[in-house]
Every structure is written in C-alpha cells, then in structure tokens.
Ligand binder design. Structure first.
Ligand SMILES: Cc1ncc(COP(=O)(O)O)c(C=O)c1O
Length: 415
C-alpha cells in the first residue's frame, strides 16, 4: 500500500483517506494477482467472489479458458498490425461479427479500446450524419471520462467542473424518469429548440448511477422525439449489452432500434475492446469522397483484443448466456427478495445487473467493506452513492450466490 500511495495518482490516495475518515475503518484495496470464473485471489492468497465482474467486464467469467486459448493462439501469430491501413484477419472477422449482431440489416462498425472511445466515435458519427453538434444527455448518465464522453455524462457535476472550459458546451441534460419523475415530465425537460441537436445519448439502464431502470416506453418515446427532430438515438450499451441485462441489446429488447450502439466492457472477455456500431445509412456520412479517414487510433482493432472478442461472442452464443442471464438474474433477485433484508429499500434488476437501494452513502460504503472482509466484492454506486451494484459473472454458481446473500444478511443484521 505504501508503494501504491507513493506512485498512483493522488486522487485515489485521497479517496481512500476520505473513506477511512468517514467510516473509521481501513479502505486499503486488495491487490489482485489471479482470477478465474467468479473468483479473485489477492496478493495474500485470499479468495473472493467477484460480484462486480471487474466493472462489468467478466460477464463470461474471469479468464474463461476459451478466451484465454484464443488470446494465446493469437499471441503466437500476430500481436499488432497496421490497423486501418493493413488490418489483421481477426479484425475483419470481428467487424463482420459485430455487424451481424447489430439490429440493422446492413451495419458498419468502428473498433476501439475503451468504452469512452466507443462513445467518442458515436458522438462523432452523429455529427457526421446530421451536421449538428448539440447533444441531449441525461442527469445521472455515465459515458466515460475522456472529453467527449465527459461532456455528456450527467453523473456528477464535480467530474466535469474543473474541465468545463475544455468541454463541448452544447449539451442539454434532461431529467431521468423514475419513481418520482414520470415519462411525461421527463419529456418536458427535453430541449424546446432542436435545430442544433444531432444526438440523444442514453444508457438503456443507468448503471453507475445506481441501476436505474427507466419505465417501459421511455426509450421508445425518445426514439420518436429523435425521429421528429432529425437527431440520432445513441444507445450506450457498454454496460447493458451483450447479455448482461438479459438481451444482446437492452434498447432493442425495449422495442426500439436505436441509430447507433456503443459496446465495450464484456466484449473482450477481459481484454480492452470496444466498438461503435451503426446502420450503413448512418455510417455512410464518414465515407463521402472528400473526406479523409479522420477518426482512428494506433491500437484500434488490435489482433489480441479482436481474437478475444470473437471467442467471447462465440461463447455467449453457444452457451446461450443471454438466456442464462435472464434465468440467473431472476433467481438472484428472488434470493435477495425471499426475506426482507434489513436496511434495503428496494432490489432492482434486469438480467445480471442488480442494484440494492440502501439508506445512505455511509451505509453503502460500510456494507461494501464488510462484505469484502467476508470475501465478496461489490461496488457502491448511485448518484448519491447509496446503492450496492451487483454485476456478477453469468456463471456464478448457486453456492457462490447463496453464500453472498447469507453474508449480506449477516452484515445488514450487524452479525
Ligand atoms: C454505460 C457506460 N458507458 C461508458 C463507460 C466508460 O467505459 P470506459 O471506462 O471503458 O471508458 C462506462 C464505464 O463504466 C459505462 O458504464
């Protein structure tokens, strides 16, 4: 911990200190050295059950043998190619697979490394396709922290504030519907003047904001507003997509075909791969004859990540993990709801994305820490940091789940 504190970004050291002051307990991290399936082993040899999937990445489990085999096989052949100039064979294959998975008859994809990269590509695509730079985003939304995505992340003002002068200013934040805010009220918070708006960006379920599910019909209403006003609907499926919420694409499951989809996190099965996918009609704007290839990156579509992503997609398909996420997620929610959990106000879920609404940020922080000490990794989340977010690997066993629920009950009962 001393080595970490002496070398990491001070923001993280400060956050740990603040948490320690708030709770009166240690908030030292564990140091991961190994992981497999839903288990993580730390530097002291302790074993944990990971209910975070490492920020939602390990949907198919950590270090799935087929993903590892694909990466090893690729590592023996080719680690790096000439991206957008002379691509690797696996990059082409991944582009084809993503286009085939997309909800449009003809699609095009742009590969990248992080979620923020994919959102950046989506925001640029909307500018290309509509010629308009304004964006509608939502209060509570989280799209990543590089400049483009940060400008449209309503998650917390304090994330944007120091950089405000460097952020794109033409962003309109609308209300997110929920228990106290109806769809109609939300729609009233959309802009009056859409003449400069080229995109509406949403998470079909807000993840980091605390697993906030919009009421049925909301995404559809947004799509209608976009169609009426000549804007594109960007579905940020980086967390929700690829089966996590019980559908390949949560937005499509809601009955809406968006104009652009962003995918990341689970895609590489643990390696950093992301993509912005859209219909051929939308993407055509990038290809006008007078244009250069003006959006690219050295490592975009790298062979190792592409090979891992292909293996991950194949696994999700063959093992029917989308369907499994529905069954496992429902069973998990049932286990959590079987008896009242003291201090839990609500259990929300869609597939294997679950949120436990607690009373306060302090409670969420303390419960998460107490669970860590009992061997379970969970994340506090929420715009008020008062939610426990659970996004376990889809193959987490019944025993791991039941052990967690029992430990959670003990922690909440103060045992
Ligand atoms: C919905 C959503 N979009 C974008 C991102 C940003 O992804 P990354 O951290 O890989 O840039 C995240 C990360 O949590 C996310 O949940």
């Amino acid at each position: 911990m001393e080595r970490l504190a002496a070398s990491e970004c001070p923001a993280l050291t400060t956050r740990r200190k603040r948490r320690e002051e708030q709770t009166g307990a240690s908030h030292d991290p564990i140091v991961w050295v190994e992981a497999e399936g839903a288990n993580v082993i730390d530097a002291d040899g302790n074993r944990y059950v990971d209910l975070t999937s490492g920020f939602g990445v390990a949907f198919v489990g950590h270090r799935h043998p087929e993903v590892v085999a694909a990466a090893k096989h690729q590592a023996d052949r080719l680690l790096h190619a000439l991206g957008d100039l002379h691509p690797s064979d696996v990059k082409i294959e991944l582009l084809e697979r993503l286009c085939a998975l997309a909800p449009w008859p003809q699609a095009r994809a742009m590969l990248s490394l992080s979620g923020a990269d994919a959102v950046t590509a989506a925001l640029k695509t909307a500018v290309m396709a509509t010629g308009k730079t304004g964006v509608v985003a939502f209060e509570g939304s989280y799209h990543g922290l590089t400049y483009g995505p940060l400008a449209v992340s309503g998650y917390a003002e304090r994330f944007r504030q120091p950089f405000q002068a460097q952020l794109q200013s033409d962003v309109h934040f609308a209300a997110w519907p929920g228990r106290d805010v109806s769809i109609d009220v939300t729609l009233q918070t959309l802009p009056q003047d859409w003449s400069h708006i080229g995109a509406v960006i949403i998470e079909p379920i807000q993840g980091r904001a605390g697993v906030r599910l919009p009421p049925p019909g909301f995404v559809e209403a947004l799509k209608a507003a976009c169609e009426k006003n000549g804007a594109l609907l960007i579905a940020d499926e980086i967390f929700t997509g690829l089966g996590r919420c019980g559908a390949w694409w949560r937005s499509v499951d809601e009955g809406v075909v968006p104009d652009v989809i962003c995918v990341g996190k689970a895609l590489g099965g643990g390696l950093p791969v992301s993509a912005c996918v859209a219909s051929e009609d939308v993407m055509r704007a990038w290809g006008t004859p007078d244009r250069e290839a003006i959006h690219t990156g050295t490592f975009y579509g790298d062979p190792l990540g592409s090979a891992a992503a292909l293996a991950t997609i194949a696994l999700i398909e063959r093992e029917q993990l989308v369907q499994r996420a529905i069954e496992r997620g429902d069973a998990f929610a049932d286990a959590l709801r079987a008896e009242p959990l003291r201090g839990v106000l609500e259990v929300r879920h869609a597939g294997m994305m679950l949120g436990l609404q607690l009373h306060s940020p302090m409670q969420a922080l303390s419960v998460a820490r107490a669970l860590l000490e009992r061997g379970y990794l969970v994340l506090p989340a929420g715009t008020k940091a008062d939610v426990l977010q659970l996004a376990p690997p889809v193959m987490m066993s019944d025993a791991q789940r039941d052990g967690f629920v029992s430990s959670l009950r003990d922690v909440l009962e103060g045992r």
